[in-house]
Design a protein around this ligand. Structure first.
Ligand code: IFM
Length: 449
């Protein structure tokens, strides 16, 4: 066994999002979100569940902060529910919603836990969806107003801000495949949504520079999964490259290079999918950030295929160790992605803002779970994170997805990702073996591999 010592000041955290844990979907003045509407629509969620109660974190947050203190983590990434702050998206403030986050942040800081707040983790106010949602360019401006309000009120208390979580998922699962809220199947709209999400990000970053103290930092958390070819045949390699354009470069290029990838754009144009982009928009999307958040879980492997009319690629799933999501356990991909980001995009600090795994947990008689699979998944990925640091990547922190078992979107409660098990009948939390192990990692600032 070797002890890999991480740099001093490294952030060890867990991550969650509002809709997945808070519950209290209509309490204390909160407005309806697109996820409330979607999950309340029959047939959308695998187990027929919804996030009405979820982990009841809205009521149990004090207890959850105590659990984080017991874990010994020094950071916590959570998201702010837009309709809890502005029930209709714009206009009237819901003071009780703001107070909830203010109290949460104060409790974290009292325990030496650095808050990292995400402004948008997919729960758009339904009132704005009724006005066209992210397909409406005005939503970008409304998002920037909501963000500016929070920078004013909480900018001094939250040192790390994230505009969007995984705009790829919000755009394509929400508007092309329809698996996520708002459940639309309109590919052209999905591409326009990508542009409006990125635009709203840039507008929010601009507002941040005007309002937030210089010590506060802002970035974005992207879904960054390597897209690899099934063979080294040129047509498979080209298919993987096209998928990389869709999943990764579509976001990285406008953020860091101020342009969309030429190859993807050509495809969009020939299929009449290219979005409306106003002059100056790509300067806005490339507004300089302070860091980049990397959400990494696995890689995807592709073959060339004529059956896919858009990108001519078909995903293949060779035999491999997989999580309950069907995702290959591929730690090397985290290293590859981190060094690629440095090589091709930016020297800015990086955070692994999400990494973790769902496995079929079995609770013992005392309620805890000996989740060796999850523990091993995390250990292997941390080994690769360490390698990237050793090779010069400025990685500043690592956030496990997730603190708690929670509502895994269209999968409902069937995919537990938590370090802590939640018994949803009693709302009791139990440390899993992975939580006890992660507490040691955070305490030592080191991982044994
Ligand atoms: O639960 C999600 C999270 O909301 C966004 N990133 C991936 C996680 C696991 O699927």
């Amino acid at each position: 066994m070797v002890l890999l010592q991480f740099p001093a000041g490294f952030l060890w955290g867990t991550a969650t999002s509002a809709y997945q844990i808070e519950g209290a979907w209509n309490e204390d003045g909160k407005g309806e979100s697109i996820w409330d509407r979607f999950a309340h629509t029959s047939g959308k969620i695998a187990d027929g569940s919804n996030g009405d109660v979820a982990c009841d974190h809205y009521h149990l947050w004090r207890e959850d902060v105590d659990y984080m203190a017991q874990l010994g983590v020094n950071a916590y990434r959570f998201s702010i529910s837009w309709p809890r702050i502005f029930p209709a998206g714009t206009g009237r403030l819901n003071q009780k919603g703001l107070d909830f986050y203010r109290r949460l942040v104060a409790a974290l800081r009292e325990r030496g836990i650095t808050p990292m707040a995400t402004l948008y983790h997919w729960d758009l106010p339904q009132a704005l969806q009724d006005k066209g949602g992210w397909g409406n360019r005005d939503t970008a401006g409304w998002f920037a107003e909501y963000a500016a309000f929070l920078f004013q009120r909480l900018g001094g208390e939250i040192p790390l801000w994230i505009t969007h979580n995984e705009p790829f998922v919000a755009a394509f699962l929400g508007h092309a495949t329809g698996e996520d809220a708002p459940g639309l199947r309109r590919p052209r709209l999905a591409v326009q949504v990508v542009h409006h999400l990125l635009l709203s990000h840039g507008l929010a970053v601009r507002a941040f520079r005007q309002i937030a103290p210089a010590s506060a930092k802002i970035g974005i958390a992207l879904f960054l999964w390597p897209q690899e070819p099934a063979t080294d045949r040129p047509r498979d390699m080209a298919a993987a490259r096209r998928m990389d354009g869709l999943v990764n470069r579509q976001f990285l290029d406008p953020l860091f290079k101020g342009r969309y990838p030429e190859d993807l754009w050509r495809t969009y144009r020939t299929r009449f999918l290219a979005p409306k982009v106003a002059s100056g928009d790509l300067e806005t999307t490339a507004e300089p950030v302070d860091f980049l958040g990397v959400n990494y879980y696995t890689r995807m492997i592709h073959r060339a295929s004529l059956l896919d009319p858009l990108l001519g690629a078909r995903e293949v799933k060779p035999p491999a160790k997989r999580t309950l999501m069907g995702w290959e356990v591929y730690p090397q991909g985290l290293y590859n992605m981190l060094v690629r980001l440095k090589r091709e995009y930016t020297d800015l600090p990086l955070y692994v803002t999400e990494n973790g795994a769902a496995f079929a947990d079995v609770a013992g008689p005392d309620g805890t779970v000996e989740d060796v699979d999850r523990l091993e998944y995390l250990r292997l990925h941390l080994g690769q994170a360490y390698r990237a640091i050793a090779d010069g990547v400025d990685l500043r922190g690592y956030f496990v997805w997730s603190l708690l078992d929670n509502f895994e979107w269209a999968h409902g409660y069937t995919k537990p990702f938590g370090l802590l098990r939640v018994d949803f009948a009693t709302q009791k939390r139990y440390f899993k073996a992975s939580a006890r192990w992660f507490a040691e990692v955070a305490r030592k600032n080191a991982v044994e591999v």
